[in-house]
Design a protein around this ligand. Structure first.
Ligand SMILES: Nc1nc2c(c(=O)[nH]1)N[C@H]1C(S)=C(S)[C@@H](COP(=O)(O)OP(=O)(O)OC[C@H]3O[C@@H](n4cnc5c(=O)[nH]c(N)nc54)[C@H](O)[C@@H]3O)O[C@H]1N2
Ligand SMILES: Nc1nc2c(c(=O)[nH]1)N[C@H]1C(S)=C(S)[C@@H](COP(=O)(O)OP(=O)(O)OC[C@H]3O[C@@H](n4cnc5c(=O)[nH]c(N)nc54)[C@H](O)[C@@H]3O)O[C@H]1N2
Ligand code: SF4
Ligand SMILES: [Mo]
Length: 710
């Protein structure tokens, strides 16, 4: 097969937002002679105001990556053959329906990864494909990520997307736990340029307090940093609540009239004095008391916690407690507190009260509950590997690399090799998609039209911006939405509305009554103003009231109480994000991989056990062993080790030449699929007990950090 040549981009300056992470920075991209010659932040973007990070600048490299796939590929043993789109879509639909005809509708599973929410084409069309497929075995990155946020929002406010965002631009006190926006650029907090936004809080006399087991990049920009033991945050937050309620500092304000359960919080928090939780959290009782009083007395304060508070054993309780602290201090739905954004394209338009579901069905092997139509992905490998009625026999992956991103990834790696059929909608042949029988590679990055449907829901300021493609695609390429439209057509005969049609309709019905043309006419983005109060009007609980103490949370407190005196493992592993990584998938970009290898195990000097900086250590958990260089640093607290996720590129059969030269090891070869937040089913990726020892010396062998795990 010969490919049609790519078309050159139009010379001149292109404005579009970066869709790689949640910051959605406006970019100014210059093209000369068919080449991108410059990428910088767009100073006229009303949200990002010129911010950019190294990944945004690397978008042209992603575009030019010789390893990126552009035409469908079919695997025959270990060799891959290109095929036409018509043949590929037809083959995939036939094979999926064939497996379902033999083994039942749920024998086909789906996994949706992170970039599917960063691409409006995928987001607005993949749902119809999943519906046509009709399986209950749906999985996504949500259950290794923000599921506890959704769970708490659904229980307290009636919808998983009613997520309060810290109003960082107007607050006087930001209490931040388990988030590192200086590396991640913010999450469930679309506020590009957090360095400047944190500085502005301090400059106006406010306070930024960070609690994290690791003194992170963000700690340097906080007013103060306190180490906290992994997984103990719910105890710490309970102690804050205890002080506020027992010292009469609660001021829920106008929302008290529309809230149930406020009066029960006092008794529930009673056992959690700062002194009682001190040993478990590592935070001195006096510090906790002072923080509680200062938070309650600050004119405008916001409590915010991200991945560190959701991918842990008490994720659901943590997110409930953060909302509750904001609520009892009068900061929920209040300027400078935590507010629910209302974007121009509003996914909640038309949502009715009492419509959020969970626990309608359960996973077959471990009985884990569904939430909003999805099962916890900690169950995926066992659902493939455990024989019996209802076993998964085929898998569709969409924009995901679960072999590297889900707990016990090596089990999943083994499981995928066992499937009757697997198809991946993904532009790369990576650690996961190498198991596929067919890869359908979409156009991506600077080639796609994109309107951010999700992250405006989490943005500190309402804006609207349409991304026009910089590069035209060749006749052989397809967009995600074309692939899903094609597959849906084959499966059900249904035609899908295009993303542009959906966007236009959504904008017209949204709170700002815009059209896609209105947005198109503003290449730097339309500024629609700061967040506004939305409660009680937008509450979607069946009662129409806020639930301050939902029953599932009340029940889960038994588990939390048991953690108070529980023994702690001597060494606990947590994850780490790095500015120049994007989960598992941008390690193939040379300019992001320059410099020393970054996949190191950070250990406090007290835990070094004779290991010296750079020495190879063997790290073992209940589920696996990896060999990785150590970095001895007082930045991690004693008893805690930190390893970045998304590495582990030594597995054979992928086509990622740059990444394979810096393979590192996969954190998720150590994380344990049995460790969950039992309330929500979210994976507890942070908090894995490990042992560390010097790696055995192999005579004559050069040290390598990677592990050929195949
Ligand atoms: N231990 C540990 N594990 C973690 C985490 C952690 O903190 N610690 N973080 C978790 C979190 S928060 C997340 S979100 C997950 C992320 O993990 P996944 O959701 O599995 O996502 P990625 O690893 O980013 O892989 C993204 C895939 O999407 C493909 N892709 C990129 N652009 C496009 C596109 O436009 N269209 C399509 N169809 N595909 C595209 C890439 O090639 C890549 O294969 O990892 C989770 N895993
Ligand atoms: N550069 C870059 N940016 C990214 C990503 C990326 O991979 N690279 N991934 C994107 C994605 S998918 C997401 S979801 C977001 C995540 O965004 P963030 O949540 O801001 O990401 P992290 O940097 O992982 O920050 C989590 C912090 O929690 C700490 N932590 C771990 N365990 C605990 C604990 O038990 N308690 C407390 N208090 N802290 C704990 C860790 O040390 C870490 O500093 O980032 C997004 N942005
Ligand atoms: S911060 Fe995120 S959105 Fe902004 S340039 Fe970097 S990767 Fe892109
Ligand atoms: Mo994520």
């Amino acid at each position: 097969m010969t490919l049609s040549p790519p078309l050159p981009p139009r010379d001149g300056v292109h404005y579009r937002a970066c869709n790689l992470c949640e910051a959605i920075c406006g970019l100014r991209i210059t093209v000369q002679g068919g080449q991108v010659t410059d990428v910088r932040g767009d100073p006229d973007d009303p949200l990002s105001r010129g911010h950019i990070c190294p990944k945004g600048a690397a978008l042209p490299d992603l575009h030019a990556d010789p390893d990126r796939l552009k035409t469908p590929m079919r695997r025959d043993g270990d060799t891959w053959h290109p095929m036409s789109w018509d043949d590929a879509l037809d083959l995939v639909a036939r094979r999926l329906r064939g497996v379902q005809a033999t083994h039942g509708p749920d024998s086909v599973a789906t996994f949706q990864g992170n970039p599917s929410v960063h691409n409006s084409g995928t987001l607005l069309t993949a749902g119809a494909f999943l519906k046509a497929l009709g399986t209950r075995n749906r999985y996504s990155a949500t259950s290794t990520d923000q599921l506890p946020h959704h769970y708490a929002a659904a229980e307290m406010f009636g919808h998983p997307l009613l997520l309060p965002i810290p109003d960082v631009d107007r607050t006087d006190f930001l209490l931040m736990l388990g988030a590192n926006p200086l590396a991640s650029n913010g999450s469930i907090l679309t506020a590009p340029g957090m360095r400047e936004r944190l500085r502005a809080i301090r400059d106006r006399g406010g306070r930024v307090v960070l609690l994290d087991p690791r003194r992170t990049e963000s700690a340097a920009h906080a007013s103060e940093y306190h180490p906290i033991r992994p997984g103990s945050d719910a105890l710490f937050l309970m102690a804050l609540l205890h002080v506020i309620l027992s010292e009469g500092l609660a001021r829920p304000g106008r929302l008290a009239d529309v809230t149930d359960g406020l009066e029960d919080l006092h008794d529930v928090a009673a056992p959690y004095t700062p002194e009682a939780v001190q040993a478990a959290t590592g935070v001195p009782a006096a510090t906790t008391r002072e923080l509680a009083r200062a938070f309650a007395r600050a004119p405008r304060a916001a409590a915010y916690g991200r991945i560190g508070l959701s991918v842990q054993a008490f994720g659901g309780l943590c997110q409930w407690l953060l909302n509750t602290l904001n609520l009892v201090t009068g900061n929920l739905d209040h300027e400078g507190g935590a507010m629910v954004p209302r974007p121009a394209f509003d996914l909640l338009t038309g949502a009715r009260p009492g419509q959020t579901h969970h626990g309608r069905w359960h996973s077959r092997v471990r009985g884990l509950p569904e939430f909003d139509g999805e099962l916890p992905n900690a169950a995926l490998a066992e659902e493939i590997l455990t024989p019996g009625d209802g076993q998964i026999r085929a898998l569709v992956t969409i924009a995901g690399n679960p072999v590297l991103s889900t707990p016990g990834g090596q089990d999943l790696d083994r499981a995928l090799a066992d499937l009757d059929f697997m198809v991946s909608i993904d532009p790369y042949l990576n650690e996961t998609t190498r198991h596929a029988h067919v890869i359908l590679p979409p156009a991506t990055g600077l080639e796609v039209e994109h309107y951010d449907v999700i992250f405006h829901h989490f943005a500190v300021r309402a804006t609207a911006r349409l991304n026009q493609p910089v590069f035209p695609i060749s006749a052989d390429q397809r967009f995600d939405h074309q692939i899903f439209a094609g597959l849906t057509g084959h499966l059900s005969g249904k035609a899908l509305a295009t993303p542009a049609e959906r966007l236009d309709a959504g904008l017209r019905h949204g709170p700002h009554r815009l059209t896609l043309d209105d947005v198109r006419a503003h290449p730097h983005g339309l500024d629609l103003g700061p967040m506004q109060p939305v409660f009680p009007e937008r509450l979607l609980t069946a009662s129409g009231r806020i639930q301050a103490l939902p029953d599932p949370m009340r029940r889960d407190l038994t588990r939390l109480h048991a953690a108070l005196g529980a023994p702690v493992a001597p060494l606990i592993l947590i994850g780490r994000r790095q500015l120049r990584s994007n989960n598992s998938w941008m390690h193939n970009t040379p300019r992001l991989m320059r410099g020393p290898d970054r996949c190191t195990l950070q250990l406090n000097p007290a835990d070094a056990q004779g290991l010296t900086d750079g020495q190879l250590a063997q790290v073992t958990s209940r589920v696996g062993t990896v060999t990785v260089p150590v970095e001895i640093t007082a930045d991690v607290m004693p008893g805690v080790a930190s390893l970045p996720h998304g590495f582990g590129h030594a597995r054979r059969g992928a086509q990622l030449r740059v990444a394979q030269a810096h393979p590192g090891v996969s954190l998720n070869d150590l994380t344990d699929p049995l460790l969950l937040d039992e309330l929500t089913g979210n994976a507890a990726l942070n908090g894995t007990p490990i042992q560390v020892q010097p790696a055995p010396q192999v005579a004559g062998a050069a040290p390598t950090a990677g592990r050929a795990a195949d």
